[in-house]
Design a protein around this ligand. Sequence first.
Ligand SMILES: Nc1ncnc2c1ncn2[C@@H]1O[C@H](COP(=O)(O)OP(=O)(O)O)[C@@H](O)[C@H]1O
Ligand SMILES: [Mg+2]
Length: 311
Amino acid sequence: MRKIAVLNQKGGVGKTTTVVNIAAALANMGQRVLVIDLDPQGHLTTHFGVDPETIEAGAYKVLMQSANIEQEMLLVRANLWLLPANIDLVGAESELVSVVGRETILREALAGLEDKLDYLLVDCAPSLGLLTLNSLAAAEEVLIPLQPHFLALQGLGKLLQTVELVNKRINPKLRVKGVLLCMFDSRASLPKEVKADIEQFLDNARGTDSAWSQAQIMPVYVRRNIKLAEAPSYGQTIFEYEPNCHGAEDYRKVAEFIHNPIAFSVEPFEVAGNEPPPVEIKEVPLSNSQEPVSEFTPAADDTPLESEQQV
Ligand SMILES: Nc1ncnc2c1ncn2[C@@H]1O[C@H](COP(=O)(O)OP(=O)(O)O)[C@@H](O)[C@H]1O
Ligand SMILES: [Mg+2]
């Protein structure tokens, strides 16, 4: 079983959307997938159409060691199981404070599932507390969704330090695999600058023994797409809600890349997103000069932003 923690201590960067739709794409490919909601907000649970108020606190009970994980897993789609959560999970941090080995409860709970499933994806809480430590102790790969805006790098150092600490103290197998750019707007210039900054940041760890020395920006990224924001309120994955939109196309490619990066031969960073509109260079003579000057005109400046398109 491949075990992937989807982690970023910032809220609203695309963690839950990423877990739901990568899991759904993998399950559609015939992989047996378990997703775990480790965020007390229960968004992952809701996104699969399960009302957090109706559940008997699945992830909470598992962490409190009062339930077996297999009893709490709900089959929510073909090949796809959910360990749900609700607000009860908030209590776990304080209730476990004096429990020895509290960081590895989830890992131990999962031991019996190793051969029964192909993938585990954990939707982490937006914090670096005990819930997140449990997911990092249980996982072997970390995927960091990141929204490419100018504060994107803020907090990344702290996140990587936490991964490093867990790697050195509790889980030597843990590695940061990739940064997934979410809500990417290829028409803006900023994402390219942010991407360069992240690359620089990751490059500093190359050749070291750090847990993120092999981390890369994934060559597939997820465009901003309104359908991805609408799907959760219907309790549907993007493949159910709008299977032909950009969001579905992008997450399908991300899942294919995760599943088989070698077979997925693509030009880095040109797969899932569309490139910015081509720029035409027009020669415009100035009235008081014979020297032509260049004027840059976006070829498609009346194209609506992707977020406005009804895809
Ligand atoms: N690619 C995208 N395009 C448009 N909206 C998105 C996209 N990804 C996520 N969203 C929306 O942005 C908000 C935050 O995403 P979410 O996955 O819940 O983040 P997190 O779990 O990190 O808090 C949600 O309303 C979600 O529907
Ligand atoms: Mg979330």
